[in-house]
Design a protein around this ligand. Sequence first.
Ligand code: SF4
Ligand code: SF4
Length: 162
Amino acid sequence: MTVCPTGASYKRDDGIVLVDQEKCIGCNLCAWACPYGARELDQAAGTMKKCTLCVDRIYNEALPEPERQPACVLACPTHARFFGDLDDPSSQVAQISAERGGFGLLEDMGYRPVNRYLPPRVPKVAAVAAPRSPPVSGEASTRVPGTPLAALLALAARLIGG
Ligand code: SF4
Ligand code: SF4
């Protein structure tokens, strides 16, 4: 926000950063300064756009409480996104982050992002590809040596074939 010459980019008391579209002059300085590439100039409007954390949803008391979440959290088909108060250690997001080693991007450069990313789980295909007991004498082996993809394809073939 310090690079913004007009005060259009501002931080609310709850920590959410927004761009006042009435004040923004589209100078692009904040996009150059943002190390996360989180800002995008709207060429048609001539103003800066960014994630609003769906501020109109998360405080909307007309919505049932479970729906007061960002649209991307609700829409994600694999539930890969979570929303909540990281500063509250009893919150779901704080607990998941602590349990699974959540980390912030570019923290080693001195930034203090409020987003956390979870390291990937061990792919299930790795378990499929793990070595198994050798087949009983005379029984054809169904194990395909090689890559996890080969093992996955072999599993799929077995499932399709019944
Ligand atoms: S593009 Fe808008 S929000 Fe960004 S620095 Fe310029 S005036 Fe501020
Ligand atoms: S849907 Fe997600 S990324 Fe888009 S504005 Fe809402 S919180 Fe931000």
